[in-house]
Write a protein that binds this ligand. Structure first.
Ligand code: PHE
Length: 350
């Protein structure tokens, strides 16, 4: 654990042991230079505490970058609730209430919304004790609901911009796009892609979701074992982190990677590996900001739904074009270019 702290460039980490369940909660605040830290709450089981803390730290950094890049007045942080082995789901509500109390005690250092393993209904519970620092509650509780469709819109826009760059044509008509994961982002992304005339393939492990997309929508199903070697124009990871690595990159048969999952690169060298293979990578934090942007805009700036959609697509389009241009100009990877732009903002606070 010590090396994690020593290597971390962020500001603050809070570690909280929830004694009634044995869960550990980590709140990692990477930067508050541009504003209070905002980021999701991820709730899942981890093989050990180190993994959980490392995930919180990595995700917090990604949040700081994604909020900085389009010029949002927010810093970046993330919370991880590491569930114990054999977690009793009956204890979930009380755990979320105690977590809300912790967020409240932080007094505005960290604002949070949903992420993997949590949803708007969970935010309602967390807000019972955590308000006013909780975003994306259900409409019934006065919130703006799921952030997934807005994240999907940003990813969809990112795919168009990447196609424009790689093929000289932003149109998705007849482009083959493989979406990994049909959850809160992958699901709505598939709808956008179908409406744009793309040929959509999907990969998923949940049986019900497989049934829906394969049998009802008649989309091509790609098994988990084939997802990193399937032939497509665009590969869109919308589930797990760390999936772009030495093993997978050598087998990819796509021209573009652009998806919603956080922390897609396993390590920084993977950006170079993608470039060597002539695969255009749309950095995850550039294209997956839509959920956070829309929710924060609607809940703190008074945007309505249409305005949120407009802001998400125009800001993602602008940011990704800038990243591609800088990468070409300076002969860097797209990841380096995006980090460079975000780092400048985080350094200067402007
Ligand atoms: N899960 C979102 C992300 O990774 C975090 C978020 C959602 C933040 C909603 C604020 C509001 O970007």
């Amino acid at each position: 654990m010590e090396s994690l702290f020593q290597e971390w460039e962020g500001e603050t980490v809070i570690a909280h042991h929830d004694k009634p369940t044995g869960a550990w909660i980590f709140v990692a605040v990477y930067s508050t230079v541009l504003g209070p830290a905002a980021g999701g709450t991820r709730m899942k089981w981890y093989p050990d505490l180190r993994e959980a803390l490392a995930d919180a730290m990595r995700l917090a950094r990604g949040m700081a970058y994604k909020n900085a890049l389009p010029g949002m007045p927010w810093g970046g942080g993330k919370a991880v609730i590491a569930l114990p082995d054999d977690f009793d789901p009956g204890l979930r509500t009380d755990l979320l209430r105690r977590y809300g109390k912790l967020v409240h005690q932080l007094g505005g250092l960290f604002y949070t919304g949903p992420d993997m393993g949590t949803c708007s209904a969970d935010m309602d519970v967390i807000a019972e004790t955590g308000a006013p620092y909780i975003f994306a509650c259900t409409p019934e509780a006065g919130g703006s609901g799921s952030s997934g469709p807005y994240t999907a819109l940003g990813v969809f826009t990112g795919i168009q911009v990447a196609c424009e760059r790689a093929f000289g044509d932003a149109s998705l008509r007849a482009r083959k796009v493989l979406v990994q994961g049909t959850g809160s982002v992958g699901g709505p992304l598939i709808e956008y892609l179908r409406a744009a005339g793309a040929q959509v393939a999907f990969s998923e492990v949940d049986r019900t979701a497989i049934g829906y997309y394969r049998d009802d929508l008649r989309l091509e199903f790609v098994s988990a074992g084939e997802v990193y070697t399937a032939d497509c124009d665009v590969f869109s990871p919308c589930a797990l982190g760390g999936i772009l690595n030495e093993e997978t990159i050598s087998g990819l048969r796509c021209r573009i990677v652009a998806g919603g999952a956080n922390n897609q690169l396993r390590d920084p060298a993977d950006a170079g590996r993608l470039r060597t293979r002539n695969i255009l990578y749309a950095p995850d934090f550039v294209v997956n900001v839509g959920g956070a942007m829309a929710i924060l805009g609607m809940e703190t700036l008074g945007w309505d739904h249409d305005q949120a959609e407009q802001e998400v697509s125009s800001k993602v389009r602008q940011a990704l074009r800038r990243v591609f241009a800088l990468a070409a100009e300076k002969d860097m990877t797209t990841e380096e270019a995006a980090e460079h732009i975000a780092d400048e903002r985080l350094k200067t606070g402007a």
